[in-house]
Ligand binder design. Structure first.
Ligand code: PLP
Length: 459
């Protein structure tokens, strides 16, 4: 351990609280301090290079050294480092970005409300749904349905939407009016022999039964990631959204698409909504909106919801919502440049070109003894690590196979992310076929490591 690492690790342990980390662990021995990046690679304070197989947090779509984004930030910070959108003030970058976003967004989305993070974008989506139904004179129509294993953030409302019990435990979540529906994972929840279509039909029936049991007049919206990311990369079964949307329509329930991971090419189309035929009333985006170079998110809303907001403003004298950094000009300038690059370099076309190779390498892992399932779409995927392939018995959590797998790959220069029993892959969208091979060669080696070091114990 050299002096720099010693110093970083010691100072970090003394000062920082790490999100999504076990705070009881000794940070000093585990710390990975990233100091620079280039293309799909990052480098730590020891000079070790890693292929970033997770694009940071599913997000640095253009990799780690896009000069144009640095230049856009530089130019804007020199011209106007900050201004806001309150009280009818505006900035050119936020106008340009809103215009650009709406020009590529799914049909029916007509206005943009900016924020800073995915959590905030979803949080304000919830508030807007409540606001909308109050304006419509149906104050009882307030429940938001999320799905188990869905991930929507960590604020009080978005953390409630998140369908992972660990995000609720001892945080006193979920809050009132947020309920959860079935997780659409065929691998985890289909009956033996049940086809994807039959499973999708059963999920839809169960959703309808839940809505009826709650009282359709009390259910306002359903929020869904086209593909759930942090919940373990759950790709919905065939026909799922078609069936779900029919039910939502029947009971006058809004659809919120959380495109925080799937937005901007990840699934092989500009938005996951296009891939899965979703027609959202509200769509949230963040992460790849700026390739994560600066924090910015947005909630896109339909004209009908916007009109209700206008009426509420008339009634109260103000739309009393907004955050200091909404549409921050430097973040907006970087996001706008990001969207221009997507277009100019046909990033969606690139994903469509390399994704079959990514998915083929991923699918090939399904034959490995410790892989219960390999799933994905576009440039996102996951494998499910199991102790026993036939019974699908997981490894005992105490054995820590996921973290050990992740660490093994890290030692071999590849970053992936263990999520419970799944290991996720979500590289920068600029990844090449050769780099996809580097990623999956390391994963293959990691599976050899699991087979070697972890016996078939299941308890
Ligand atoms: N929604 C989805 C689908 C996400 O994956 C995430 C974060 O991973 C969020 C929302 C929350 O975004 P943030 O961490 O920027 O608050």
């Amino acid at each position: 351990m050299n002096t720099l690492r010693n110093s970083n690790a010691e100072r970090d342990a003394r000062t920082l609280v790490h999100p999504y980390s076990n705070l009881s662990y000794d940070t000093e021995s585990r710390l990975l301090t990233i100091v620079k990046g280039d293309g799909c690679y990052v480098e730590d304070d020891q000079g070790n290079r890693y292929l970033e197989g997770m694009a940071g947090l599913w997000s640095t779509s253009l990799g780690f050294s896009e000069e144009r984004l640095a230049d856009a930030a530089n130019a804007q910070i020199r011209k106007l480092p900050y201004y806001h959108l309150f009280n009818h003030r505006s900035t050119e970058p936020s106008i340009d970005l809103a215009e650009k976003l709406l020009s590529i967004a799914p049909e029916g989305l007509e206005k943009v409300l900016f924020a800073n993070s995915g959590s905030e974008a979803n949080d304000q989506a919830v508030k807007l749904v409540w606001y909308y139904n109050n304006q419509k004179g149906r104050p009882e129509k307030k429940k938001i349905i999320s799905r188990w294993r869905g991930y929507h953030g960590v604020t009080v409302a978005s953390g409630s939407l998140t369908g992972l019990p660990g995000n609720h435990a001892d945080f006193d979540l979920p809050i009132r009016n947020i309920i959860h529906a079935d997780c659409p994972s065929h691998y985890h929840h289909a009956n033996p022999g049940e086809t994807e279509e039959a499973f999708a039909e059963r999920l839809a029936e169960s959703l309808e039964a839940q809505i009826i049991a709650e009282g359709p007049e009390t259910v306002a919206a359903l929020i869904a990631e086209p593909v759930s990311g942090s919940g373990g990369v759950i790709v919905p079964p065939k026909g799922y959204y078609e069936r779900v949307q029919k039910i939502l329509k029947k009971y006058d329930i809004l659809l919120i698409a959380d495109e925080v991971i799937t937005g901007f090419g990840r699934t092989g189309k500009m938005f996951g909504c296009e891939t899965f035929g979703m027609k959202p009333d509200i769509m949230t985006v963040a992460k790849a909106l700026s390739s994560s170079y600066l924090p910015i998110s947005a909630t896109l809303i339909s004209g009908e919801i916007y009109n209700a907001m206008v009426e509420e403003s008339r009634k109260h004298g103000v739309f009393a919502h907004g955050v200091t950094y909404a549409g921050h000009p430097v973040c907006a300038a970087v996001a706008l440049e990001t969207l221009k690059i997507y277009e100019e370099r046909d990033i969606v076309g690139h994903v469509a070109e390399v994704a079959p190779h990514f998915q083929a390498r991923l699918a090939a892992l399904a034959d490995r003894p410790n892989v219960g399932h390999a799933r994905g779409i576009g440039l996102i995927g996951a494998i499910e690590l199991v102790a026993d392939k036939t019974s699908r018995a997981p490894f005992a959590p105490a054995r820590g196979v996921g973290p050990a797998f992740q660490l093994h790959l890290q030692r071999n220069g590849v970053i992936v992310r263990a999520l419970r029993d799944a290991v996720a892959f979500c590289p920068p969208l600029i990844i090449t076929k050769d780099q996809i091979d580097v990623l999956f060669d390391a994963v293959e080696d990691g599976l050899d490591f699991v087979a070697r070091e972890f016996s078939a114990e299941t308890v």
